[in-house]
Design a protein around this ligand. Structure first.
Ligand SMILES: NC(=O)c1ccc[n+]([C@@H]2O[C@H](COP(=O)([O-])OP(=O)(O)OC[C@H]3O[C@@H](n4cnc5c(N)ncnc54)[C@H](O)[C@@H]3O)[C@@H](O)[C@H]2O)c1
Length: 263
């Protein structure tokens, strides 16, 4: 089978986008996966496939995180890879600060990750080679106009990866993060639909001149969660088409393309 054969994973935010692609990638490599999301209908894709157990709930709830771990233990008897990926991305200027929206993004993107880590630790520890991968963002490494709350939450996640790696190293648990650039998912789809000029502008800043696909992030998450990454912990790996490499002078001649076609 694959390198995750006999192993079990939990993936949050698995109803769509990066989480769904990751759950699929891990299962392709032999893992059995608890697919978690607040969007119950969105989890319909796992139905009828023995590799998956779907759980609907909110990652900001202590009880839901406990339920995910208990479900994984009961169904698969172990936990090897914890992928904390659920997230939201509200927009709006700091000048118009909506504190309810700020509290919610911190709750989902930061508290949700902390609760997921805490709940999973005992089961993850007992596997002997537990690995955690957290979906951060390039928006946690720098700022974006009109995304201050999201930037703040992802900045916290970036440093949480580093701190968690140090605390959990003694348990043999690795903790890494991925920092996607613009990826074609439920988060970016409304931007492309409602403000195509903003999407074009965003894509022009990508050296590879296109939006990324969820599978391209899933591949990195699966690697970091796998035994192939056994000496890697505490890193944040960009998967951003080269955005982070640009000191500011990259100015593409042509317009952007909207997909991987022709690559
Ligand atoms: N798409 C991008 O360009 C991009 C870039 C950088 C980082 N990210 C990060 O990637 C992660 C996945 O997002 P995506 O792009 O696949 O978007 P997506 O909207 O397709 O998927 C996010 C999933 O998380 C779920 N979710 C949201 N709040 C939840 C909650 N409280 N409890 C449980 N599930 C919840 C949603 O229902 C959704 O299915 C997020 O953390 C996001 O911040 C995305």
């Amino acid at each position: 089978m694959g390198e995750f054969s006999g192993r079990a994973a939990i993936v949050t935010g698995a109803a769509s986008g990066i989480g769904k692609a990751t759950a699929e990638r891990l299962a392709e490599q032999g893992a059995r996966v608890v697919a978690a999301d607040v969007d119950e209908d969105g989890l319909a894709w796992v139905r009828g496939n023995d590799a998956f157990v779907a759980r609907a709930g909110d990652v900001t709830s202590v009880a839901f995180n406990a339920d995910l771990v208990e479900t994984c233990s009961r169904a698969f008897g172990r936990l090897d890879a914890l992928v904390l990926n659920a997230g939201i991305a509200p927009t709006g200027l700091l000048q118009d600060a909506d504190l309810a929206s700020f509290d919610r993004v911190m709750e989902v993107n930061v508290r949700g990750v902390v609760l997921g880590l805490q709940a999973a630790l005992p089961l993850l520890r007992s596997s002997g080679t537990g690995a955690v991968v957290i979906t951060a963002s390039i928006s946690g490494l720098g700022g974006d106009p009109g995304m201050w709350a999201y930037n703040t939450s992802k900045g916290a996640v970036v440093n949480l990866v580093r701190a968690a790696c140090l605390d959990l190293a003694r348990d043999g648990i690795r903790v890494n993060g991925v920092c996607p650039g613009p990826i074609r998912t439920g988060l970016t789809e409304p931007v492309g639909r409602e403000t195509p000029e903003l999407m074009d502008e965003m894509l022009r800043s990508v050296p590879l001149q296109r939006i990324g696909e969820p599978s391209e992030v899933a591949e990195l998450i699966a690697f970091l969660a796998s035994p192939r990454a056994s000496f890697i912990t505490g890193v944040l790996v960009p998967v951003d088409g080269g955005i982070g490499a640009n000191a500011g002078n990259f100015r593409p001649a042509g317009g952007p393309t909207s997909g991987a076609e022709g690559q």
